[in-house]
Design a protein around this ligand. Structure first.
Ligand code: ADP
Ligand code: MG
Length: 472
C-alpha cells in the first residue's frame, strides 16, 4: 500500500475512533451532582452543591421520600434558585436536590384533540393518559421573520361584528381587552365552536378552577371540544406552571401549524401570564420597575406572542387571541399598554354595552384590526368605515340625545345616526348559540348600510322628529 494511502487510512480510523469517544462522552458526561436545600422563602427554594442550568428540572426529596419537582429559575454565587412545578409538601432543611435533566419537550399529536390537560400535560378529563408520539420544544422554534408567510387571507371566526367590522387575518395576533364579567369567555367559546379554523387550542391561564369547568362543560360543550385542545393552569397552580401552561399551549398550536393546519389559539389571559412572571421575578429578587412589574415581564410577553402567527411557506398559521384584563376599565394598565404594542390589533369589550344586555359587547369605536386593508376588499373596507362613522357619531352625541337636548332636524347626519342606532346595535349583538359566517356577515353589513342610505331623507325635506331609541 502506498504511504499516502496508509496515512489516509490511519486518519480515517482515528476519525471513527474519535467520533465514538465523542458520542460516548456525551452519554456519560452528565454526572448528576446532587445538592441540598438550604433555604425556602415563599415559593423560592435555594439549593447549594448541585449543578444545573437555568430551565433544568430538579427533584427535591421531601420528608416522606416523595419527589417535589422544581425548575431552576436563577442563581447567585453557588446557590441555585428553584421554583416548584408540582405541589410542595414536607420540605425540610438539607433535603436532597437531584437534577433530573428532563428535556423541555412537550408531547404533541392528534391524540390531544378533544382532551383537557393541565400545565404539565396530564389529563384533567378522566379519559385516561394522553398517548402521543411527537414532541415539540416548550420554548418553541425560532422562525425567521422574513420566512413567515404574510397575512393575506381572512379567518372566519363565526362572530358577525368581528367578521364584518374588525376582520381577522390568518396568522394575526389580537388582544381581547375587557374587565371581568363582560363576556370574554363566552366570546372565546363562540369562536371555538364557530370558527372555520381546523384546530382550536385554548389556554386557560390563571382562571379560577370553577371557571375552567364552566368553560369546558357549558360554554364549549361536546361540539366545541371536538376539534379543540384545552389546557388549564388555574390560579391555584404554581406561577411556573401557569407560565409553562401558556408556553405548552403555544407549543401544541405550533405543532398543529407545522402540520399545515390553520390553528386558532385562544389564551385567557395574558394578564395572568404576566402576573405569574411577576411573582417569579420578584421572588428571586428582580426589582420591580413599571407599576410593580419587573422588566423580565415585558421581555416574556413578546417571547410568547411572537410564537403565534404564520409559519414559513407552506406551513399553516396560528391566529391568536390573548385576553387582557383591564380592571376598573383602566386601559393604561402597563400590561394592556405592552400588549397593545406587540399585538396586531385589539377588540375591546364595553361594560356599558354589556350592562344594556348587548352581547358580545364589542366596542366598535375602540376595536381595531391593523391588518384590515391587507385582508379585505376595498369595498368591504369602505362599508366598515361607513358603519363606524355613523356609529361613532351617535356615541359622540349620546349624552345630548339621551337627555333630550338634541333637537331632531338640526343635523341630518346625526338624525341618521339616531335612526340607525337600533339596527346597528342589533347588528353587533349575536346570540351565543348562533353562528354567522364571513359571507353572511358581509351581506348583513351591506343590508344595514343600504337601510341607512335609503333612510336618509332628502336635505330639503321637512325632517320628522325622531323618538330616542332608548338604547345606550
Ligand atoms: N353572547 C352572550 N349572550 C348572552 N349572555 C352573555 C353573552 N356573553 C356573556 N354573557 C353573560 O355575561 C356573563 C359573563 O360572561 P363571561 O364570558 O363569563 O365573562 P368574562 O369571561 O369576561 O368574565 C355570562 O355569564 C352571561 O350571563
Ligand atoms: Mg372568563
Amino acid at each position: 500500500m502506498p504511504a499516502v494511502a496508509l496515512i489516509e487510512k490511519a486518519k480515517q480510523d482515528w476519525m471513527i475512533a474519535l467520533a465514538r469517544v465523542g458520542s460516548d462522552s456525551k452519554r456519560h458526561a452528565r454526572a448528576v451532582v446532587e445538592g441540598v436545600l438550604t433555604r425556602m422563602v415563599g415559593l423560592t427554594l435555594e439549593a447549594v452543591g448541585c449543578q444545573a442550568p437555568i430551565g433544568a428540572r430538579c427533584d427535591v426529596i421531601n420528608s416522606d421520600g416523595e419527589r417535589v419537582e422544581t425548575e431552576v429559575v436563577g442563581f447567585s454565587g453557588d446557590s441555585l434558585y428553584l421554583m416548584p412545578t408540582s405541589e410542595v409538601r414536607g420540605l425540610v432543611p438539607n433535603a436532597r436536590v437531584i437534577p433530573t435533566w428532563h428535556g423541555s419537550d412537550v408531547p404533541v399529536g392528534p391524540e390531544l384533540l378533544g382532551r383537557v390537560i393541565d400545565g404539565r400535560g396530564r389529563p384533567l378529563d378522566a379519559r385516561g393518559a394522553v398517548r402521543t408520539r411527537n414532541k415539540f420544544a416548550l420554548q418553541g422554534r425560532e422562525i425567521n421573520p422574513l420566512a413567515r408567510t404574510p397575512i393575506r387571507e381572512e379567518l372566519d371566526v363565526g362572530v358577525r361584528a368581528i367578521n364584518a367590522l374588525c376582520p381577522i387575518g390568518r396568522g394575526q395576533r389580537m388582544g381581547l381587552f375587557a374587565g371581568s364579567g363582560v363576556g370574554k369567555s363566552v366570546l372565546l367559546g363562540m369562536m371555538t365552536r364557530y370558527t372555520e379554523a381546523d384546530i382550536v387550542v385554548v389556554g386557560l391561564i390563571g382562571e379560577r378552577g370553577r371557571e375552567v369547568k364552566e368553560f369546558v362543560q357549558e360554554i364549549l360543550g361536546q361540539q366545541g371540544l371536538k376539534k379543540a385542545v384545552v389546557l388549564a393552569a388555574p390560579a391555584d397552580s404554581s406561577p411556573l406552571m401557569r407560565i409553562h401552561g401558556a408556553m405548552r399551549a403555544t407549543s401544541i398550536a405550533g405543532y398543529f401549524r407545522d402540520q399545515g393546519n390553520n390553528v386558532l389559539l385562544l389564551m385567557d389571559s395574558l394578564t395572568r401570564f404576566a402576573q405569574a412572571q411577576r411573582e417569579i421575578a420578584l421572588a428571586i429578587g428582580e426589582p420591580p420597575a413599571t407599576k410593580g412589574y419587573p422588566p423580565s415581564v415585558f421581555a416574556r410577553l413578546p417571547q410568547l406572542v411572537e410564537r403565534a402567527g404564520n409559519g414559513a411557506l407552506n406551513a399553516g398559521s396560528i391566529t391568536a387571541f390573548y385576553t387582557v384584563l383591564v380592571e376598573g376599565d383602566d386601559h393604561a394598565d402597563p400590561i394592556a399598554d405592552a400588549a397593545r404594542a406587540i399585538l396586531d390589533g385589539h377588540i375591546v369589550l364595553s361594560r356599558q354595552l354589556a350592562e344594556t344586555g348587548v352581547y358580545p359587547a364589542i366596542d366598535i369605536e375602540a376595536s381595531i384590526s391593523r391588518l384590515t386593508p391587507q385582508i379585505t376588499t376595498s369595498e368591504h373596507m369602505g362599508m366598515t368605515q361607513n358603519f363606524r362613522g355613523i356609529y361613532s357619531l351617535y356615541q359622540q352625541n349620546r349624552d345630548l340625545i339621551s337627555v333630550g337636548a338634541y333637537q331632531p332636524g338640526s343635523d341630518p347626519s346625526i338624525d341618521r345616526a339616531v335612526r340607525m342606532h337600533p339596527q346597528m346595535i342589533d347588528f353587533i349583538g349575536q346570540d351565543m348559540d348562533q353562528s354567522v359566517d364571513f359571507a353572511s356577515s358581509r351581506e348583513q353589513l351591506a343590508a344595514v348600510l343600504s337601510l341607512a342610505a335609503a333612510n336618509t331623507p332628502p336635505a330639503a325635506a321637512d325632517p320628522q322628529p325622531v323618538p330616542d331609541s332608548g338604547q345606550g
